[in-house]
Design a protein around this ligand. Sequence first.
Ligand SMILES: [Zn+2]
Length: 245
Amino acid sequence: MPSQVKPISLTAAEPSPRYQLDIGLDAPTWDQYTSEIASFAPPKIDDTYFRIKTSEKVVALTFDDGPVSHTATLLDMLKARKVKATFYVVGNMVRHRPQMLRRMISEGHEIGNHTVTHAILSKHSRDKVKRELQQAHDQIVAATGVAPKTMRPPGGGITKEQKKWVFAEFGYPTIMWSCDPMDWKKPGVSVVAQRTIQGASPGGILLLHDLHKSTVDAVPTILDTLLGQGYRFVTVSELIAMDES
Ligand SMILES: [Zn+2]
């Protein structure tokens, strides 16, 4: 177990002038904001998490591409069960619902960066990728006062080289997933629930999309079944801090 609170260090790379000038990146990060976090393990320079190694029955539930109107219903479901999740929000959605992000933070959830326009990063230039991440970062900070700590590339599209400099410049590890129930294909509420429950394993990262109402409708079954199996839900930063590898 990591023994102390330790923000991500950027000493592995020269901080860019852009970083030094940008006040948004000096905002308190999520793990500094919450008192529930006892420790944080700094990831490696090019680290990417699909899951973590642990024997504990713990998973991170992640919701991408919002916020949308029924994200409020999802937050009610999580609150009723005292479950914490991580939201990979899209900047263009944040603009319309900054109050939804404030609610997420106030209820103990974590917010991650999922770009401004949901761009597939591997298809774009360094300048474009930087703009996508920087603007989304700034929108999240403007809405909540809290800086995102991790990013998820839309569609999982990111190169190894991009991951390295994204970490060096933004301090974001790349967060993928261990379970993808393909909810965005809308296979039906019960199928989404069944695939997610079957895909859960200790240390796993579960990928869902609050963009789709049918996914939100599957959440009560997912939560109640996994809680009944003894699973505990943590945010992505909490999960990373538990990594035993
Ligand atoms: Zn997405």
